[in-house]
Ligand binder design. Structure first.
Ligand code: CA2
Length: 210
């Protein structure tokens, strides 16, 4: 066990998403990508987190990398629960993260849950998955229908990707019927609301086990 911060924590600045919780981390359960826009809020938790860093350090060196799944969300999904409940439901991104983390724990995987409105950031995160994550669940939002860059990133990284959409994109406008992500993802689930993420995690872990 090392008495320093975990490698995964060093490269994250304050206010950025960073992993601090693992299945056995006691009170701070199963959440990753916690955002601290307010330094004072972070300070209030810092003492507790430093304790967790040591625990994370001990585990990261071993099985954690191969037992981690990246769940990526694209543009505007941060608005979940604020508008268009007829299409996307009334639950929020935080609810979705909690559901994914809980499902991941049940399957024995740590979930790293992230959202970005930037195409380049999503490409960078897909690249980051190489040798670090067992697989990716990806809802690329509207970039699904436009992004050759995401398609190429998925193809180049050599990590299994399951595409997911909250809505049934084939019952919507014609431009949503095309998915560049589908061309390189293992498979695609759409139309089942947040439950689609759970289905995607099941499908991914089933693939990893066989
Ligand atoms: O159904 C999905 O999950 C989508 O990926 C969602 C994207 C859409 O462009 C895709 O065609 C299908 C849009 C996400 C926007 O989410 C909002 C949620 C609430 C309020 C406003 C936008």
């Amino acid at each position: 066990m090392h008495c320093s911060r975990a490698p995964g924590l060093k490269k994250h600045g304050w206010g950025e998403a960073f992993p601090f919780s693992l299945p056995n981390s006691g009170g701070l359960r199963g959440s990753v990508g916690i955002y601290f826009p307010d330094r004072r809020l972070f300070r209030a938790l810092e003492k507790q987190l430093v304790f967790r860093h040591y625990r994370i350090d001990a585990v990261l060196e071993g099985e954690i990398m191969s037992k981690s799944i990246l769940v990526l969300n694209g543009p505007n999904l941060n608005l979940l629960g604020t508008r268009q409940p007829d299409i996307y439901g009334s639950k929020t991104m935080v609810d979705l993260q909690a559901e994914c983390v809980e499902k991941g724990e049940a399957l024995g995987y740590r979930i790293d849950f992230r959202q970005s409105n930037s195409e380049g950031t999503l490409v960078d995160w897909i690249h980051e998955a190489r040798n670090r994550y067992a697989g990716i669940v990806l809802n690329a939002g509207a970039y699904t229908h436009t992004s050759i860059a995401l398609m190429d990133a998925i193809e180049s990284v050599g990590v299994p990707v399951i595409e997911v959409h909250i809505s049934n994109i084939h019952q919507r406008e014609d431009f949503r019927h095309v998915s560049y992500v589908s061309k390189t993802a293992m498979g695609m689930i759409c139309g089942f609301g947040f439950y689609g993420y759970s289905m995607a995690l099941d499908a991914l872990v089933n693939h990893l086990r066989h």
